[in-house]
Design a protein. Structure first.
Length: 191
């Protein structure tokens, strides 16, 4: 118990890392992250911080949950992430707090971008990478239309997961959250 109170930063990061690895194993296999993982993770994070710091700790957890929600709700709304990914980051946020949750999301998104570029370069060549980077800039400029306009032209994650031809094109985001958490561990260790 003394290690938890003398340096309480390691335990929440370890809990988030372990849960992201569990979610990754399930997500890679089934393309789903179940509530049986995210709900207990969220509640234990709240409970841990309540035990450690009282209501101030609960406040830290709630901020982490809110940051996790805020970071991934837009990608979920436009159909590029599943709800399980959002709930996983929220649950991890209950352990990590707002700042570290934002770092995990940032590192996870950067990992996803790097992986997507490598896979695209391997499959389609560097000209396709350059074209898609330019296209991404145009898409970012019009994201408001995607949020509030007609979404029928966007492929739904669930329908892609059911289609054997499209399933291989999906990258489980829990893998990126696990990678982001590993980078967070390295950043904390170096600091």
């Amino acid at each position: 118990m003394e290690i938890l109170t003398s340096d309480p930063t390691w335990f929440p990061v370890a809990a988030a890392l372990a849960s992201s690895l569990l979610a990754t194993a399930a997500d890679v296999k089934t393309l789903q992250i179940r509530n049986t993982l995210t709900v207990p993770l969220c509640l234990t994070g709240l409970g841990f911080h309540l035990w450690l710091d009282g209501w101030q700790g609960v406040s830290l957890s709630v901020v982490g949950i809110s940051v996790g929600f805020g970071c991934l709700i837009v990608p979920y709304m436009i159909g590029i992430l599943g709800a399980g990914d959002v709930k996983l980051l929220m649950a991890m946020g209950s352990w990590l707090g707002g700042y570290q949750t934002a770092l995990v999301a940032l590192f996870g998104c950067l990992s996803l971008g790097a992986l997507a570029v490598v896979l695209m370069a391997k499959r389609e060549g560097l000209p396709a990478v350059w074209f898609n980077l330019q296209l991404s800039v145009l898409r970012l400029q019009t994201i408001r239309r995607h949020l509030f306009g007609n979404r029928e032209h966007l492929k739904d994650i669930r329908s892609m997961a059911r289609d054997p031809n499209q399933r291989d094109n999906l990258i489980p985001f829990s893998v990126m959250l696990a990678m982001g958490t590993c980078v967070l561990v390295l950043v904390i260790s170096a600091g």
